[in-house]
Design a protein around this ligand. Structure first.
Ligand SMILES: [Zn+2]
Length: 295
């Protein structure tokens, strides 16, 4: 696996070098818009919200691909040769990003933003939880880092970007505030999901997650873990098992059958689903989690 990635990156390096000799790249080369490449769906949405019609945002990890398993190909990375800004979510979400960075190192006009740089990260057992954007608070934080970067690239549109950011930040604050008090009023705080993606959402609202798969969506549960989950669901009277499209939906269904719970879809926002944007998907998540916890 490592060898394969190394070879892919090497060939991208060659492609980029060749492109550098023949293609003159201007900032805002795309109809006067800033070309932004975003690693995954969440930061793509944030860049679009803040950048509005002054940016052209494309996605690096293709829709429907589990980003933890993404293996960048030269074709994917050629996009970066013509980009002004590459935004990635950070904190280990894109474990391939260092290789990508060294491959594009010679591309002088590309600004690279680690959108986790001002985030209050969750660390446990020596691992950092990369699912930052599932906190409304940290989504705002990541969007602010994108705002700062866009202003650096295009200072004449500063007030436009700031207005967009302020509007988006208010949407995030409103959703946070309307959920804070209702979650605080619940006695039951535990929910069961597909993979361990909701640590930041839990921190926002004082909840606890149990998951079928681990933080990096690796490995279907062992019979022992499955048994532990079944016991947990029975002991805690869990009536809903959340299912994610990209993380072993079958396993969630099996568990739900075993404990006589219903299956509900939840969005990790690692990929765009059902045509929903960030705020729409988060609102659905929070409503469904709340409904599953109120007795
Ligand atoms: Zn994940």
């Amino acid at each position: 696996m490592l060898k394969k990635i190394f070879i892919s990156i090497m060939s991208v390096g060659i492609v980029l070098t060749a492109a550098g000799c023949t293609v003159a790249k201007d900032t805002k080369s795309n109809n006067g818009k800033i070309n932004v490449v975003a690693s995954i769906n969440s930061v793509r949405d944030f860049a679009q919200k803040v950048g509005g019609d002054k940016v052209n945002v494309t996605l690096l990890v293709p829709e429907g691909t589990e980003p933890h398993d993404f293996d960048p190909k030269p074709k994917d990375l050629e996009k970066l040769a013509n980009a002004d800004l590459f935004v990635y979510s950070g904190a280990g979400m894109e474990d391939w990003v260092d290789s990508v960075k060294s491959a594009v190192g010679s591309s002088e006009k590309l600004t690279i933003l680690d959108a986790s740089k001002n985030v209050d990260l969750i660390k446990s057992d020596g691992k950092t939880d990369p699912h930052i954007w599932l906190s409304l608070k940290e989504a705002k934080n990541q969007s602010k880092s994108i705002l700062d970067e866009l202003i650096k690239l295009d200072s004449k549109d500063k007030s436009y970007f700031e207005q967009n950011y302020n509007n988006f930040a208010k949407e995030l604050d409103d959703l946070y505030n309307s959920n804070k008090s209702r979650f605080a009023s619940l006695a039951n705080k535990d929910f069961v999901t597909g993979h361990e993606a909701f640590g930041y959402l839990c921190r926002d609202f004082g909840l606890t997650q149990k998951s079928v798969e681990d933080m990096f969506a690796e490995g279907e549960p062992t019979p022992k873990k499955q048994a532990t989950l079944v016991k947990f669901c029975r002991d805690n009277n869990i009536k809903t098992i959340f299912m994610e499209t990209l993380a072993s939906p079958k396993v969630s269904e099996t568990l739900a059958n075993e404990v006589n719970a219903k299956v509900e879809k939840i969005y990790t926002l690692e990929s765009k689903e059902d045509g929903l944007d960030y705020v729409q998907a988060m609102k659905k998540n929070l409503d469904k989690i709340y409904d599953s916890l109120k007795k």
